[in-house]
Design a protein around this ligand. Sequence first.
Ligand SMILES: NC(=O)c1ccc[n+]([C@@H]2O[C@H](COP(=O)([O-])OP(=O)(O)OC[C@H]3O[C@@H](n4cnc5c(N)ncnc54)[C@H](OP(=O)(O)O)[C@@H]3O)[C@@H](O)[C@H]2O)c1
Length: 302
Amino acid sequence: MFRTKKNNPQIDKEQLELIKNAQKRIKQKKRLYIHFVIFLIGSVFFILLNLVLGFGKDFKPFHTNWFVYAILSWLFLLLYHTFNVFITHYFMGKEWEQKQLEKLVAKQKQRIEELKKAIPVTNQPYTPSETDAKKKTNITSCLTIIVAAAENNAIGKNNQLIWHLSDDLKRFKTLTNGHHIIMGRKTFESFPKPLPNRTHIVITRQLDYQVPDGVIVVNTLQDAIEISKQDSQPFIIGGGEIYNQAMEIASIIEITRVHESFEADTFFPKIDTSIWREISNTFHEKDDKNEFAFSFITYKRK
Ligand SMILES: NC(=O)c1ccc[n+]([C@@H]2O[C@H](COP(=O)([O-])OP(=O)(O)OC[C@H]3O[C@@H](n4cnc5c(N)ncnc54)[C@H](OP(=O)(O)O)[C@@H]3O)[C@@H](O)[C@H]2O)c1
């Protein structure tokens, strides 16, 4: 469900980005140059066709030879191409993209700050006050388990995922975007970094567990759920230990059933169909981006 960590050689990401960008610009300029050369040759060809070979010599809209219109139309396309390569790039190039990104990050930080204010402690484990515990919100949370599990219920090995399914990652991103994601300490540690645009709640028994800014630490699953109450659909995202405990209280299971069996050290609990009703099931063949066939299945508590 999440990206597996790969041991790539350590390349300076910024340099790689610069190289990629430079290569892209070279390609764009080359294409424009080729377009210009073809335009010159094409224009000469049109003139010869009309004036020397006499092709369409009687076709003169507004007393002007047709090749003039053909060349002018082409010139317009060439100018549009030039505009895209230079002007659009100037105003909407990397810097512009960077600024947009910074704006997004700033917005997200602001959201995190707002959340922090709403919660008494963030980097420290959350202890609900009596009023917190008694506080009833109008929103009924629809606690949802989201998981990718093999036919033998395998979900992970050595604190990593076992497979790479691009469509599953996309679905995970789409479903959890903007929501609270509740996870065990080990699952949190399997991420390279916190996922954007989600409120992370990490469950641990450790009292001094350190996390990056914005990530919330709690000591029990109940506290995690209490904190997520304002969210109409908080997600339990794993791993095995947390799934086991959350099965008792969740309302929905969004499972990606991978149609293979794997050797693993972490497993998803068996779904008891006397408790859970399947409400949708979509099968996907394996393809270039998904190394195994799988089905997206939604279960609802009966
Ligand atoms: N396929 C999938 O969809 C999927 C999704 C998520 C994860 N995974 C995989 O699952 C594996 C990790 O799962 P896991 O079962 O080993 O670990 P986990 O559930 O992610 O985390 C376990 C930890 O959570 C804390 N914890 C658990 N129950 C608690 C409770 N009641 N109160 C307080 N703290 C509690 C403990 O942290 P402390 O030890 O710090 O006290 C415990 O060690 C990885 O392989 C990962 O890749 C797969």
